[in-house]
Every structure is written in C-alpha cells, then in structure tokens.
Design a protein around this ligand. Structure first.
Ligand SMILES: Cc1cc2nc3c(=O)[nH]c(=O)nc-3n(C[C@H](O)[C@H](O)[C@H](O)COP(=O)(O)O)c2cc1C
Length: 278
C-alpha cells in the first residue's frame, strides 16, 4: 500500500532516483508505484475467501483471443511448500508464507477442447508457447497488483523452474502444462526499501526504438543505485565465476548473471511435456 504522506514526485523519485516532473500519478495508481517484493511474512493466515477473491481478480486479466491458456496450482500444505523451499535451498521465506501459488502455462486445455469437438489441435508451436506464458504472466501480475492493493506481500519465484523435474510431478502437471513461476503470498513483516528502476528514458521509446544513449544513461543509473543500494560483494551474481569485489554496479551485476547459462535445459524439458517449439 502506498505511503499516503508521500507526494507523487516523492514516489517517482523513490522509484527512479531522479525527478520525473512531467509524470502525473493519480491517487488510484500510487500503490503500484510504491510496490516492492516481500520476502518475510508474519504468522497471520490469508483466508480462503480472500484468496479466492484475489484469484478472481487474476482471472479478470486479459487473455490472448480469450483462449485463457494458463492454470494456477494453489498450495497451502506447509510440508509440500517446504519441500519446494528445500529443493531451492536459498529462499527460506518460501516456507514461511501461508500460501504458495504455482502459475503455469497451459496448452493442454486447448488440446482437450479440440478433442472434445472432434478437431485436431494444429497450434502446437512457439507462438502458442509464448501465448501461454503471456496469459499466465498477465494473470499473475493482476494477482500481485490486487494483493498489493490490500496490503498483502508477494514474491515471484522463477526458481521453481530450476527444479522443474521435481516440482512438476509434485503438482501432477500433465503434458502441455509447465510452471512459469511460483508466488509466495503473505502479510509482510516489514516493507523492503523500494528497488530503483531504470529511468523511463531508457525503457520508454517514443515512436522509434532508440538506445543510442544507453552507455551514458546506464552509467548514471549505476551511480544512483550504488549510492542508494550498493551491492555487497557477497551478494553479487556468480561469485564462483567472477571474483567478488566492492563497487560493482547494477549493469555489471546483470552482465555477471547473463554471461553464465541459466536453465539451458528448459527447451528440452518442454519438449518432454509435448511442446513443439518450432
Ligand atoms: C518472473 C519473476 C521471477 C522472480 N523470481 C524470483 C525468485 O526466484 N526469487 C526471488 O527471491 N525473487 C524473485 N523475483 C523477484 C525479483 O527479484 C524482484 O522483483 C526484483 O528484484 C525487483 O524488486 P522489487 O519487486 O521489489 O521491485 C522474481 C520476479 C519476477 C518478475
């Protein structure tokens, strides 16, 4: 929930570390500018009826051609949630959240609908895979926004895909269904500092894509972030590959992450689940 005392410009400065004088932030969207990931939860439960309301908000997200090609698995069994947390090993907050959702891309339902109507499913391709991931992500984003609006905290967990061979059978995911991300949900123990974003001038292009000033813009962004939230050497990405050191900025940390292959077996896994990615 947005800090009701902060002015719109305060919120924008917190989000970007710079003034964004031309942006107007109506009261109704202030909470979205103020959101942040939650990795510590209180013991308070999230009642089923409230969870169902949030899931209904999620299902109100748009879906490509109204095909609705996603599913979500609700996990409340503490031992099963802990099982996933233990497999991941480095994210103990997952086990402390009262609810864990696994958001899944779902091509299977469409295949079954074709089957029910005696028609072939002729769209097992990369475009359908992307559509399932986009539908799923939009629903998850709507869920997160709804949760944030009432003071709940969430943390997406892409690491369920790092243990997909174990998570998938745990949830009984059939062919055509794969996890996009997990989502921890609970009442925040505290609010983390806001993570500073790239300036709008880097992300928002007007009429034409133009990244000609990227080097300069990113150097300035690195400086702003270093001043507000320096990364401790121990928290850098891939410290086993690159020596940890003080003063590494956001962009170098991104490069440290992206220079080492991550989950390169995912396409092979999807093929075992019946996806043709051509
Ligand atoms: C698709 C997706 C997957 C993510 N996976 C993880 C994860 O596995 N573990 C985690 O702690 N945070 C995860 N996050 C949270 C990001 O680290 C977080 O959103 C980012 O650091 C920015 O912080 P903020 O959300 O507070 O602005 C994920 C976020 C997204 C959107």
């Amino acid at each position: 929930m947005a800090d009701s005392e902060a002015s719109s410009q305060d919120l924008l400065r917190a989000r970007f570390g710079i003034d964004v004088p031309d942006a107007e932030v109506p009261d109704a969207i202030r909470f979205l500018l103020d959101r942040r990931v939650t990795r510590r939860y209180t013991d308070q439960d999230v009642p089923d009826a409230l969870l169902d309301g949030l899931l209904a908000a999620a299902q109100s997200a748009p879906a490509k051609s109204d095909l609705q090609q996603y599913s979500v698995v609700v996990m409340r069994d503490k031992a099963r949630i802990k099982q996933i947390a233990d497999w991941i090993g480095t994210m103990d907050w997952i086990a402390t959240a009262p609810v864990f959702l696994v958001w899944c891309g779902d091509m299977r339902r469409g295949q079954r609908l074709c089957d029910m109507h005696g028609m072939p499913h002729a769209n097992n391709n990369l475009d359908t895979f992307l559509n399932t991931a986009v539908d799923c992500s939009l629903a998850m984003a709507a869920f997160m926004a709804a949760a944030e609006a009432i003071g709940l905290g969430t943390c997406p967990i892409s690491y369920v895909r790092s243990h997909i061979e174990r998570v998938s059978p745990l949830l009984g995911l059939p062919s055509g269904v794969y996890p996009v991300a997990g989502l921890s949900i609970g009442w925040p123990q505290f609010r983390r500092p806001m993570a500073m974003r790239l300036p709008p001038s880097v992300v928002v292009h007007r009429e034409h894509y133009d990244d000609s000033a990227l080097d300069v813009q990113v150097a300035a962004y690195d400086e702003r972030r270093r001043a507000r939230e320096p990364v401790a050497p121990g928290g850098l990405k891939n410290n086993d590959v690159y020596p940890p050191r003080e003063g590494v900025g956001w962009s170098e940390n991104v490069a440290r992450q992206l220079s080492v292959p991550e989950r390169f077996g995912f396409a092979a896994y999807l093929k075992t689940k019946g996806f043709d990615l051509a």
